[in-house]
Design a protein around this ligand. Structure first.
Ligand SMILES: Nc1ncnc2c1ncn2[C@@H]1O[C@H](COP(=O)(O)OP(=O)(O)O)[C@@H](O)[C@H]1O
Ligand SMILES: [Mg+2]
Length: 337
């Protein structure tokens, strides 16, 4: 499918979510944690957009900002309603309520997402009551339908979360998100807490559900191989910004940003006769409180020049390929302006 033929569902523009740092009893603001610091991207209907980056890069905050679980400091998040877009950051309570039916989130830790003291039935019924499904019969039908989608028998609703395995609990969390029949799932590291053997099972199930319900996924993970397996396109995040955005295949075959290259070279290859030359990332992600000047990656980049230390490179399309975007001075001659 060509880019032009795809329907844009979300238009995220210069989204910023900063957390204030306060000091003293008067709570004077002395700085900000710039967790999300100017993210712009489109999400297409029916795709899986992967979001990848080291821990602390702002992936979860971006997910929560899209869901409005964290109120963005600035920028826009435009969501499609018919032929129009509405800015979610300006929604009233009522509009937000409707929006939450369309966009649901699945978190990393399924145990904390389900109340351990309540039966699954109660945890599942609550969101349906909140969303105004008055008839118990209708609620039970929706709950059973959601459970069947994740291959769990409806009579398991009477059990407690501890009676399930980690993989089953994550499937339950996916089912709970599906109950209200959303269009979009924002999945924040949905398999990171699971054993590797169970991860594939849950990922494949998510793919099947996506196909059946024509869902759009925003799939967040720190593990590039997991993101690669799931995603049509991938956004690579570094210190609150998207530094590269491309089709999954193109990102793998022709990674442009030095950060993406380093992330890719860290994926283990099972072929001992053909080992990859590792490009090891030196140091840690700098603090989002005191971000480096210029390109935020410059102090860890093997190609850093004087310009990178002072000038922040914008995210621009590669010349001749408007689907592959990169924010790096290395490509100043090879990107369209
Ligand atoms: N509620 C908060 N208050 C202050 N700082 C926060 C809050 N949530 C996240 N952060 C900080 O924002 C940065 C990005 O965090 P996060 O979005 O969780 O990254 P990731 O999911 O990529 O690991 C981190 O430095 C984190 O400490
Ligand atoms: Mg996170």
């Amino acid at each position: 499918m060509k880019q032009q033929e795809k329907e844009i569902l979300f238009q995220i523009r210069d989204l910023r979510t900063w957390f204030p740092i306060t000091k003293g009893s008067f709570k004077k603001v002395v700085g900000h944690v710039k967790a999300v610091d100017g993210v712009s991207l489109d999400v297409y209907r029916g795709e899986t957009l992967g979001v990848v980056g080291e821990s602390g890069c702002g992936k979860s905050t971006l997910g929560k900002s899209i869901m409005m679980l964290e109120k963005p400091t600035g920028g826009q998040s435009l969501f499609r309603y018919g032929n129009d877009f509405k800015d979610v950051t300006k929604f009233s309570r009522e509009e937000m309520f409707q929006f939450r039916c369309k966009v649901q989130m699945v978190f990393q830790d399924p145990y904390s997402a389900l109340n351990p003291q309540k039966k699954i039935y109660t945890s599942f019924e609550e969101p349906l009551i909140v969303h105004g499904i008055k008839s118990q019969q209708e609620r039970e039908e929706l709950m059973s339908r959601a459970l069947r989608m994740v291959n769990i028998q409806p009579d398991y609703l009477m059990r407690y979360p501890h009676e399930f395995s980690g993989g089953q609990r994550q499937r339950l969390c996916i089912a709970r998100a599906l109950e209200v029949m959303p269009e979009v799932l924002v999945c924040d590291e949905p398999v990171s807490a699971l054993d590797v053997s169970i991860q594939a099972q849950v990922l494949n199930l998510m793919k099947d559900i996506q196909k059946e319900l024509r869902l759009t996924y925003i799939f967040i993970a720190h593990d590039l191989s997991v993101v690669q397996y799931m995603s049509d396109r991938i956004a690579v995040m570094y210190l609150g910004k998207v530094v590269e955005l491309a089709d999954s295949r193109a990102l793998y075959d022709d990674p442009m940003h030095p950060y993406t290259r380093a992330l890719l070279s860290a994926i283990p290859v099972p072929d001992i006769h053909n080992p990859k030359k590792r490009q090891v990332l030196e140091g840690e992600v700098p603090s989002p409180i005191r971000k480096p000047t210029g390109c935020a990656f410059h102090n860890r980049c093997p190609h850093c020049t004087e310009r990178c230390k002072t000038e922040d490179p914008p995210l621009r399309a590669k010349a001749g390929d408007e689907t592959h975007l990169v924010a790096c001075h290395l490509y100043d001659a090879a990107v369209s302006s």
